[in-house]
Design a binder for this molecule. Structure first.
Ligand SMILES: Nc1ncnc2c1ncn2[C@@H]1O[C@H](COP(=O)(O)OP(=O)(O)OP(=O)(O)O)[C@@H](O)[C@H]1O
Length: 766
């Protein structure tokens, strides 16, 4: 049996698929109003009624949602607080009323029902006590070497299990509690409501209480005496793509600024840099700024995007000041420690290299002038651009002045897409930024849909190192929240794996998605707008060249297909993003630069033209569709023979997603269990290589070049198209000349025929 053919069955139109296809229009994620944003609401057994999550609730039904929620037993004690929610921006102080918090059992049930799991990874009193106990115990035992080792291994495992202690904090059951229980400013509450957010998503439900008021969140928890949150907590959230992590970290950041401003009685127009949000790409960073500004309307909090020309109120470190003084004394112009970019050049994740013309202009103007620091409360940045500023690189592009600056006022460091920011690609830059946040109470929060255990270990180690350096008696706890209990899944999307024997076969398959009517075997409907991911920039460009005339002129022509990658200038990237968001671009061909974080609500699907290079990459790419609970998103992954060794990790994610969505094991599943078992396992080393380099044969055109035709055929087609165009032009000119000569006799004779449609397909003549 040919395993490759069988694998591609998932995409063939079964009766079920056909039925889905016929009803597809209404199911498309870009259709309809804001959906219910919660992914999970499992029935609970001990208390509370059995209740399934209701899908497809409409935006204009908020009361019904809230009603439905208050239906459940365990919400009952909070009812007065929930009912009291009156979003009123003019109200300066929250209503003082006695809030009844849920007891731990009630918390546990709600958290379980929404698949929220909290674990203390490090810090807090218990962990430290246990470490001491272990030391004493070990000293007592004198056993044989082997026995001792076994006992040690067991102890280590037990300790691991104990350390990873679960906690059950208060969940945020409605946005009204933000104001009434967690005392968030009424203006923020009003801004949330103004965006139409009615029900908190799971990640918001779990994170907001702990991040806003950790002591309140853990007040009823038996674990409260084992976790010391008096000094706050560091936090790591792993939650599905599109589950609303952005506002989850922005709300506490804005609230923190407002709270400290009130405590220190600072005026509204005095701005202190208190939070730094780091994101891996410029597109994501500017999206976060937009979200932040919407939440901060009317609060006076300034959310600013880092730019090369921006001056922050940073301090120079003492060491660097001394070394600079020394250098100046010895007449040396530059210090040696020039920052090198360790970033993998092939990676398309970072993107700070190109510059806006306007920014260059600005730089010219400000050269030599010392600008006053910008008024910023919350800074959003990509790693390199902030590090350039901190290392003094921005003042002299390409050269470091050797100065190192610190950001002592920053109280909150937020790493969005933390796993990639702490991956070797960005690690050095991210760590340097973290080190520059020198305030002893700086809290770290990390966010992603995927988190490898080595990254968690790195965070834990770094936090305990910092705690030791600061001489903190009890390290702040690092609390991890996992939503969905399985981090490598995209449950809200329909997944398809499609095998094509050759590279040109992929192009044909993609064309079939664009023109499904042209083939009986067209697979699932994939209506524009959709994203197409390739492995490299060159392949994205080549695919764009190949597809740009596929949309007929009457439907918008080549303007409907666009390409976006990190070699393009800033302004061009922003323009394409805006056109895609506005629905003007239907097919956006891109690289992994758009794989993470970017939120396009209306995207109906994702095509992995080239197989993603890791399970995490698959999760993030597929997660560009089916966001905020939208159903009907499709993720299609093409693969060829070259990809076989690497399909297993993608297939595993698909299987996990289907299991989470309750679809596993059915005939409609994209990957059957036995198939999963049959796919070859990938060696660790190969996995690592693939992650860094992608499929080798695709790195250099060659046999993997994107086209269905030979270059000879393309050239011939191009020449033919040009010849036809020239002939049309000549005919037109002749007619115009004749028309001039015979104006009286040529009544109605000159403009007819079918030749006037100049916008028609004209071949590859660009
Ligand atoms: N409570 C809510 N109700 C409805 N929509 C929401 C809610 N919270 C956030 N959203 C919307 O959900 C969408 C996805 O949010 P966001 O971009 O923050 O997801 P994310 O979890 O960061 O995803 P990713 O992992 O891909 O970065 C956004 O359009 C956001 O406005």
């Amino acid at each position: 049996m040919d395993i490759l053919k069988v694998l591609s069955r998932g995409i063939k139109p079964s009766q079920k698929n056909k039925a889905q296809a016929s009803g597809a229009t209404t199911q498309l994620p870009s259709a309809g109003a804001l959906p219910h944003p919660q992914l999970f609401h499992d029935p609970v057994s001990a208390r509370g009624k059995k209740r399934k999550r209701r899908r497809g609730a409409q935006e204009d039904e908020p009361e019904e949602d809230e009603e439905e929620m208050s239906d459940v037993d365990y919400f009952a004690p909070k009812k007065p607080a929930t009912e009291a929610v009156q979003v009123d921006a003019d109200q300066e102080t929250p209503k003082k009323r006695k809030i009844k918090l849920l007891d731990e059992d009630e918390c546990r049930q709600i958290l379980r029902s929404h698949r929220l799991k909290f674990t203390i990874l490090s810090g807090g009193r218990t962990v430290e006590a246990k470490v001491e106990e272990k030391g004493e115990g070990a000293a007592e035992k004198q056993k044989s070497k082997k026995q001792k080792k076994e006992a040690e291994n067991k102890k280590a495992e037990d300790k691991k299990a104990e350390d990873k202690k679960q906690i059950f904090p208060q969940p945020l059951t409605s946005f009204g509690e933000l104001r009434n229980v967690y005392e968030v400013s009424p203006q923020i509450a009003a801004n949330i409501s103004a965006q139409g957010f009615r029900v908190p998503t799971e990640v918001q439900m779990g994170s907001l209480p702990l991040l806003l008021r950790p002591a309140t969140a853990l007040k009823k928890s038996a674990s409260a005496d084992t976790v010391d949150v008096s000094n706050g907590a560091d936090f790591l959230a792993v939650a599905p793509t599109g589950s609303g992590k952005t506002i989850t970290f922005l709300i506490p950041a804005i609230d923190g600024v407002l709270r400290r401003r009130a405590e220190q009685q600072r005026p509204n127009d005095e701005h202190v840099l208190e939070a730094v949000v780091v994101a891996p790409t410029r597109e994501l960073a500017s999206q976060i700024v937009n979200e932040g500004r919407k939440l901060a309307i009317g609060t006076g909090v300034r959310v600013v995007l880092m730019k090369r020309t921006l001056r922050l109120a940073a301090e120079e470190t003492v060491e660097n000041k001394q070394s600079r003084d020394k250098e100046e004394e010895s007449g040396k112009e530059e210090s040696e420690g020039e920052e090198e970019d360790e970033q993998d050049e092939e990676s398309d994740d970072d993107d700070d290299d190109d510059d806006d013309e306007s920014e260059k202009e600005e730089r010219k103007k400000t050269k030599g002038e010392s600008k006053p620091p910008a008024r910023v409360d919350i800074l959003v940045t990509t790693p390199k651009i902030l590090l350039n500023f901190l290392s003094g690189k921005s003042s002299k592009p390409g050269k470091s002045s050797g100065a190192r600056k610190i950001l002592p006022t920053v109280r909150s460091l937020i790493l969005d897409e933390a796993d990639v920011l702490l991956d070797p690609i960005f690690r050095r830059q991210t760590m340097a930024i973290w080190r520059a946040c020198t305030h002893q109470d700086v809290s770290l929060t990390c966010w992603s849909a995927t988190m490898a255990s080595n990254i968690e270990a790195l965070i834990t180690k770094q936090l305990s190192k910092r705690a030791k350096q600061a001489g903190t008696a009890v390290a702040r706890p690092l609390i991890r929240l996992v939503v969905g209990l399985k981090d490598t899944a995209v449950p809200n999307v329909t997944h398809k794996l499609t095998y094509t024997a050759t590279e040109p076969g992929k192009l044909l398959a993609l064309r079939q998605l664009l023109h499904p009517a042209s083939s009986a075997d067209s697979g699932p409907p994939l209506r524009p707008p959709f994203l197409v991911f390739t492995q490299t920039i060159e392949r994205a460009q080549a695919l764009h060249d190949e597809l740009k005339y596929d949309i007929p002129a009457e439907a918008g022509g080549s303007a409907r297909v666009a390409v976006l990658h990190s070699s393009m200038a800033d302004a061009a990237r922003s323009r394409i993003m805006a056109r895609f968001r506005a629905g003007e671009v239907w097919v956006l061909i891109t690289t992994d630069v758009l794989a993470r974080g970017v939120d396009f609500a209306g995207v109906n699907g994702v095509v992995n033209y080239d197989v993603p290079t890791s399970a995490a990459a698959y999760v993030h790419r597929a997660g560009r569709t089916g966001r905020a609970g939208r159903e009907g998103g499709v993720a299609i992954t093409f693969y060829t023979k070259d990809d076989i060794p690497f399909v297993k990790s993608v297939a595993n994610v698909i299987a996990a997603s289907e299991r989470q969505a309750g679809k596993g094991g059915t005939d409609g599943a994209a990957v059957q269990k036995w198939l999963l078992d049959a796919l070859p396992k990938v060696a660790k080393e190969d996995k690592r290589k693939l992650k860094v380099r992608g499929v080798e044969s695709r790195r250099t055109g060659g046999k993997a070049a994107i086209t269905t035709k030979s270059s000879w055929e393309r050239r011939r087609e191009h020449n033919r198209a040009q010849a036809i165009e020239a002939s049309k032009r000549r005919k037109r000119q002749r007619r115009e000349e004749q028309g001039k000569d015979n104006t009286k006799t040529a009544r109605g004779g000159g403009g007819g025929g079918g030749e006037e449609d100049e916008g028609e397909w004209g071949g590859l003549d660009d």
